[in-house]
Design a protein around this ligand. Structure first.
Ligand code: ADP
Length: 154
């Protein structure tokens, strides 16, 4: 099934000048970039986005880290994109992430781990609505589509 998913390039990624390199990883995989914007996150938005972490001792620290500089929000699309993007990102703690994953290749940290990626179809819908207005998500034909997938894969 063709899915859309949210990727946030975190403030650490901007500060380390890795934006182009990380976007390139998703592009070369074959994902279609359907939306992209730079934004500064607010405490209010992060309370929603990280609601599942609200009782954790590091909650405020994680929010502060996400507000330390702007982020780049991206919408990537592809067959099974949600799980594929999570796998490209790797597990949360960069020190333990397998080399070859984004976190495994670029992060030494649990917190400063380069990207956020939606973790399920339900969250992807909610998160894309949180970060994008409908007109900021672009539908256009990916000219390489027929070379990325077999006919029975979508
Ligand atoms: P993920 O981003 O892999 O989906 P979570 O949703 O559990 O992980 O956590 C959101 C973010 O909060 C993580 O990406 C990371 O930046 C931070 N975080 C989570 N757990 C920890 C932790 N134990 N210590 C420090 N930061 C953490």
């Amino acid at each position: 099934m063709i899915e859309k998913t949210l990727v946030l390039l975190k403030p650490c990624t901007l500060q380390r000048s890795l934006v182009g390199e990380i976007i390139h990883r998703f592009e070369r995989k074959g994902l279609r970039l359907a939306g992209m914007k730079m934004m500064r996150l607010t405490d209010e938005l992060l309370n929603e986005h990280y609601a599942h972490l609200s009782t954790k001792p590091f909650f405020q620290r994680v929010k502060d880290s996400m507000m330390a500089a702007p982020v780049i929000a991206c919408c990537f699309e592809g067959v099974g994109a949600i799980q594929t993007v999570r796998q490209l990102a790797g597990p949360t703690n960069g020190r333990l992430a397998t080399p070859g994953t984004i976190r495994g290749d670029y992060s030494m940290s649990y917190q400063e781990n380069i990207v956020h990626a939606s973790d399920s179809p339900e969250t992807a819908v909610v998160e894309l609505n949180r970060f994008f207005n409908p007109e900021e998500i672009f539908a256009y034909a990916q000219v390489t589509f027929g070379y990325l997938y077999a006919h029975d894969e979508y």
